[in-house]
Ligand binder design. Sequence first.
Ligand code: SAH
Ligand code: SF4
Length: 358
Amino acid sequence: MDYKSKELREEALALKLHHRGPCVYFRGLIEISNKCCKNCLYCGIRSGNRGVERYEMSDEEVMREALFAHEAGYGSVAIQGGERCDSQFVERITRLVHNIHKQYGLGITLSLGEQPLQVYKEWFAAGASRYLLRIEASNPDLYRLIHPDDGQGRHSYDSRVSALHDLKSAGYLLGSGVMIGLPFQTYAHLEEDLQFLKKIGVDMAGMGPYIPHKDTPLGKIVEFWKSGNSSLEILPADLQALAMLPRGDFWNFSDDRLLDLSIDMVARLRILMPHINIAATTALQVLNPDGREMALLSGANVIMPNMTETEFRGNYSLYEGKQGVADDAAATRDSLLLNLDKLGIPVGWREKGDWRQV
Ligand code: SAH
Ligand code: SF4
């Protein structure tokens, strides 16, 4: 780490301690389903990936995980999954949110993609108070490259930004964020990302490294670039034009450099927005087993310990190299607690840890 980076991280940590105190807050993660109607070019559970076995947890399984969170003293749960808009799905989430809120009084974060304003309102009324919807890449041109028109209007940049405004107007604490190290992405894009998050006024942020997945279009392009092969023909026809575009600043970064860049982004956001919640994202763990803890020492103050039952974990494969897929909720908690203890980072047990009430 260079000197500048060290100073940056120290300043971010000092600001976190001053504005938010020493604790890390837990949001137990429930990966409810990997069924998704979208086809984002980077994501392993995109609808176009036929190689992944699709699952959906039952209500009982979700409630069992919420009970685990309650008993373990996590103040909150986060329900995340692929995007779906059918009424059966919407009603089911309403029911689960209502039950978790009523039975356990946990804070509830949702991360279920773009939905109509009415649905956001319904889930908020049922007891959810936070919503995570990353802008992914705030530069509209880069956004469009990695979410090309699907002919059904699901990948629109303008809709994504409107959804963020809808979430605010529905009353949620708004969470957003970006991926760092995407193909075509540049340092200038990352600057734009920080300014975007500031301008839209997020209450929470989750920014993590982009990790290629071999069964995705972007994963194939990165693999092609790294192979040094110059014959475009080995790529599927629809990817050849993309592969010829300028590659951006990060496509050949080592894990260590990408980790440093990601941690520096966390630190810079903390300096820009000292009061918000910033997650030490799960993808950091792929680059380094202690990646999340490094983020906590550089300004992050939230962590999402996975509670998903072991049988489903491997199939919620947004990216490759996901850690802890053979663990259950208790093993995940125990190893995390050991690490936090070593670093002297206290946990805000049973606390929601929001910076403002909704
Ligand atoms: N479907 C919802 C939530 C699940 S995806 C949504 O898209 O909002 C959650 C996050 O995983 C996405 O916001 C994206 O930033 C991240 N993600 C997907 N593929 C990834 C990859 N290959 N590397 C790193 N993060 C990825
Ligand atoms: Fe679906 Fe979210 Fe993955 Fe996009 S990032 S394909 S919306 S799960």
